[in-house]
Design a protein around this ligand. Structure first.
Ligand code: NDP
Length: 505
């Protein structure tokens, strides 16, 4: 196994490139349509300058994956699983270095980056372990005949990811795809290119077949070229609804299987009997992790009228205590927004909401840092009151720390309001009433519902959206379903019976 010292040397030269990872090696593209300047969100300074992969480079990555597929898919699942388990060990042994790169890439606080990276080790360990459980079925038929059904990989899987959880998004796709015998080509977001390449080195040192995992860097066009490539058999996408629609169209053109993890505007419903402290903790977790740039965030917080006052007081007190600043500092809870344009978009939502009558209870402003952080975009977490479903800030995904506080009086009203959205990624219920908890969970139209907590995603639990939040599921055994197709083999044990089609005379 690669020693930590070796990896440390590797990490120190990571930001010098080259930036693609093909056939087990870091490499520069054979063709490129220019470069992308990637900035470090915390400082606003240039982090790296990366060549944008052109069509020949995309083809080279897919060809590498296609060539590796022959052998990788023929390894026994246990063999494949062993390599992935080794990758989990390497990640655990180098967690701090990988988390530091994630902070540089995203601007999120180091304590959060550690959790993200640790969840990647969990995913490799889990899929490494369950790879051998990928079994088929035997179906008895008349006269001793039978059919057996095997689960086979698609071939080359294209993964495309967003910028908010870059390493986790990549691993949630790569681990189950590789476990089930596919090979993989990943295109990270142009804003967060770093750790996908690091993963290449890790998987290589874990013994994963060269060419099974590849990375191509680029902007939108690189992603669409990858989706359109005729040798790609499956598309797995995480990002916005508008890009997801394009990916689905690419899938439709090529009749390719598509998994989409898209946006959300999830409800968090807090009943009058809920524990106030836990409810506030839930609301903080549902809104202020990763600068609010979390797809499953419960940004519509519905609080029962009876407890609105004490809930709001405690929420405000706790939000004021969040420390904004240098994401590498251990006591900082809130880091930098991904980039200026996104920060401005978040602020614009707040401005428009104010014009429509919303009240800013707290935050919603740029905090101007000094020194080397002065070019970073740091926003104070925002709580809005006096909001309703006619406002854009309540209807649309802001993808920033903007909590909309709404009240309700009856269970029916809460459910109706919770479902008043075109999204359906997640939701939560806080109550001590066990029957109500399950009754309401059942009626929330979403792929995940938490009871008395928020935003937890253990790798063994499926995750994905209803309605416009997506198609398919990641994590758990469900992800293996999404990365395999079934083959039916019918075995005739007698003579062929074709009726009058065949006669002896
Ligand atoms: P985008 O949809 O803008 O981009 C996602 C990825 O798609 C990027 O790598 C992007 O490349 C690429 N891309 C752009 N155009 C195309 C195309 N035509 N074909 C193929 N790929 C393309 O999303 P963001 O990166 O802005 O991420 C934010 C969104 O992601 C939010 O809506 C959020 O809710 C959602 N999300 C959903 C999650 C889930 O699990 N449900 C988790 C995390 C985020 P590039 O940007 O480099 O051009």
């Amino acid at each position: 196994m690669m020693s930590s010292v070796f990896l440390r040397r590797f990490f120190s030269r990571t930001l010098n490139g080259p930036w693609n990872f093909i056939a087990g090696e870091r490499c520069s593209p054979v063709d490129s349509s220019g470069t992308m300047k990637v900035t470090e969100p915390a400082t606003g300074q240039l982090l790296c300058d990366i060549p944008i992969s052109g069509p020949n480079e995309i083809d080279r990555a897919v060809s590498s994956a296609k060539a590796a597929f022959k052998d990788w898919s023929n390894f026994s699942p246990r063999e494949r699983g062993n390599h992935l388990t080794r990758a989990a060990e390497i990640i655990k042994n180098n967690l701090e270095d990988i988390a530091s790169l994630e902070v540089k890439d995203t601007g999120k606080a180091i304590w959060e980056a550690r959790i993200d990276v640790s969840s990647c080790a969990d995913a490799f360990e889990y899929y490494g372990g369950i790879a051998p459980t990928l079994v088929g079925q035997h179906i008895p038929l008349p006269n001793g005949s039978f059919a057996y059904v095997t689960r086979e990989p698609y071939g080359v899987v294209a993964g495309i990811g967003a910028w908010n959880f870059p390493i986790q998004t990549c691993v949630w796709k790569a681990a189950p795809a590789l476990a089930s015998g596919n090979t993989f080509v990943y295109k990270p977001s142009q804003f967060t290119p770093v750790n996908a390449v690091v993963l290449g080195e890790i998987l290589d040192s874990a013994g994963v077949l060269k060419g099974a995992y590849n990375v191509v860097q680029g902007e939108g066009d690189s992603g669409s070229m990858l989706c359109d490539h005729p040798d790609v058999g499956k598309l797995s996408f995480t990002g916005s609804v508008s890009t997801g629609t394009k990916v689905m169209n690419a899938g439709a053109k090529g009749i390719k299987a598509v998994t989409l993890e898209l946006g959300g505007k999830s409800p968090l419903v807090i009943f009058e009997d809920a524990d106030i402290v836990n409810s506030v903790k839930g609301a903080l977790m549902a809104n202020f992790l990763s600068q609010g740039q979390v797809c499953s965030n419960g940004t519509r917080v519905f609080v029962h009228k009876k407890i609105l006052k004490p809930f709001t007081e405690l929420l405000l007190k706790q939000t004021k205590k969040l420390k904004i600043g240098d994401p590498f500092q251990e006591d900082v809870t809130v880091g930098a927004t991904i980039h200026e344009a996104h920060a401005r978009k978040v602020l614009q939502y707040i401005e428009e909401a104010k014009k429509e009558g919303a009240k800013v209870l707290y935050g919603g402003e740029r905090i101007q840092m000094s020194g080397k952080f002065s070019e970073g975009w740091y926003l104070s977490p925002c709580i809005l009151t006096n909001v309703n479903h006619t406002m854009k800030v309540v209807e649309e995904e802001v993808f920033g720390s903007v909590l909309c506080l709404l009240e309700f009086e009856s269970e029916e009203e809460a459910i109706q309001l919770a479902n008043q959205t075109r999204f359906g990624l997640a939701g939560a219920v806080f109550t001590k009433d066990i029957q109500r908890a399950h009754r309401v969970s059942k009626q929330i139209e979403a792929g995940s519902v938490w009871i008395n907590t928020y935003n937890l995603y253990p790798t063994e639990v499926p995750f994905g959206g209803y309605k416009m939040s997506g198609i398919g599921r990641e994590n758990g055994t469900w992800s293996l379903d999404n990365f395999t197709q079934t083959k039916t083999v019918y075995v005739e044990m007698g003579d062929v019976d074709c009726g009058p089609l065949y006669s002896e005379d």
